[in-house]
Ligand binder design. Structure first.
Ligand code: F6R
Ligand code: MG
Ligand code: MG
Length: 361
């Protein structure tokens, strides 16, 4: 069975804030038809900030042409609705004109895994707004390699065997697979630089997939700034994998991520309920939501809105305090990203205009 999470920003309201309910209705109609036509086993349509999330199960495998085409056509239909409502940035993430064989490299973010559904299959789909795919590095390390986060790494014989991290070098377009705990320092040497190295997949030592992230980079595809990637991630829980509570524990600390206003700032990653995934203040702070499901023969049982829980209230308070602190720096680093990362924003256009003003010393 395949779990596919495919997402795109096809228009926000107001501005880059939220997904309009009509876009959700439109997507639900398309996916319902696909379920009736037996292309999908089941689906859910969710939203995080201004990103529309198509969560699907099917038996067509990852990178399936008909499933990717369904997602693409759904985003096109949604864009028509977004255009009628004059939503902001209608069709923003659809960077290609025509669909050929799969949706990769066309703008939407994709996280897919082929699994053999276990006797009981709890999964969490994490969704983010106003940040990039490297934002998953920190929690993935905590979940699958840090015993101070996941006690299962210490006391569960199944989990204590450790995990393999497949890491993508976004710049060189290369991948490397490393084992934790054996190579944990080397894993950190890479993934601590989350703008360049991103965790793509995590496996058990028996090669069972445990997590997968979307790693599409909009500015790389478009060659210009098109908002942040606002990634999605699927994580399997329990048994051979960390427990559900271990999987969501890292988000109790609202660590800093890149994104926020104009994709150009460091800001705290605030865990919220689905309803509160509305980046208001300074187009943020960046949001993360967690949808918990049980799978039953490919059918979604859920979602449960995992960060709605009051045990995440303190994380939200801390995120607000961190947002105050960071915002007081205004246009100064490190609230603003470093120059190398600003390369992909609209800042270079401003700097080019200033070039002729400089005199040699
Ligand atoms: C960040 C984001 C927003 C926009 C900002 C300016 O990912 O989407 O912060 O960058 O609102 O948007 P434009 O340039 O469309 O006016
Ligand atoms: Mg947007
Ligand atoms: Mg977004």
């Amino acid at each position: 069975m395949t779990i596919s999470a495919i997402k795109a920003d096809i228009g926000g309201y107001p501005g880059h804030h939220s997904v309009h309910p009509d876009l959700i209705k439109t997507a639900e109609k398309e996916l319902e038809n696909a379920k009736k036509a037996k292309l999908l086993i089941d689906y859910r349509v969710l939203a995080c900030g201004d990103d529309l999330q198509l969560i699907m199960t099917h038996d067509k495998g990852v990178d399936s042409k008909p499933v990717h085409k369904l997602a693409w056509d759904t985003f096109i239909k949604g864009t028509e609705v977004a255009k009628k409502l004059k939503l902001y940035g209608a069709g923003q993430d659809l960077l290609s004109d025509a669909f050929s064989s799969n949706i990769r490299g066309m703008g939407p973010g994709i996280a897919e895994m082929d699994i053999e559904e276990r006797k009981s299959e709890p999964i969490v789909i994490f969704m983010a707004d106003k940040t990039e795919s490297g934002a998953w590095n920190f929690p993935l390390y905590k979940i699958f390699a840090d015993p101070f986060n996941s006690i299962g790494l210490v006391i569960s014989p199944k989990v204590s065997r450790g995990f393999s991290f497949e890491i993508l070098d976004l710049q060189e377009r290369k991948t490397v697979t490393m084992d934790a705990p054996e190579e944990m320092y080397h894993i950190l040497a890479l993934i601590g630089a989350s703008g360049r190295y991103v965790v793509k997949r995590i496996y058990t030592k028996d090669k069972e997939v445990g997590a997968v992230t979307s790693t599409e980079s909009l500015h790389q595809i478009a060659g210009r700034y098109v908002g942040k990637d606002d990634p999605v991630m699927i994580v399997r829980c329990q048994g051979n994998f960390p427990a559900l509570g271990e999987v969501i524990e890292p988000f109790a600390f609202p660590y800093l991520v890149k994104g926020w206003m104009r994709g150009s700032h460091h800001g705290p990653f605030m865990p919220t309920s689905f309803e509160q995934s509305t980046p208001s203040r300074f187009d943020g702070p960046p949001r993360v939501t967690a949808a918990g499901f049980q799978l039953a023969n490919g059918m979604f049982v859920g979602p449960v809105d995992l960060f709605k829980d009051p045990s995440y209230d303190r994380a939200r308070q801390k995120a607000n305090a961190a947002a105050d602190y960071m915002r007081q720096h205004g246009p100064f680093e490190p609230n603003r990203l470093g120059l190398d990362e600003m390369e992909y924003t609209t800042l270079p256009d401003v700097l080019t205009k200033l070039k002729s003003r400089f005199k040699k010393i």
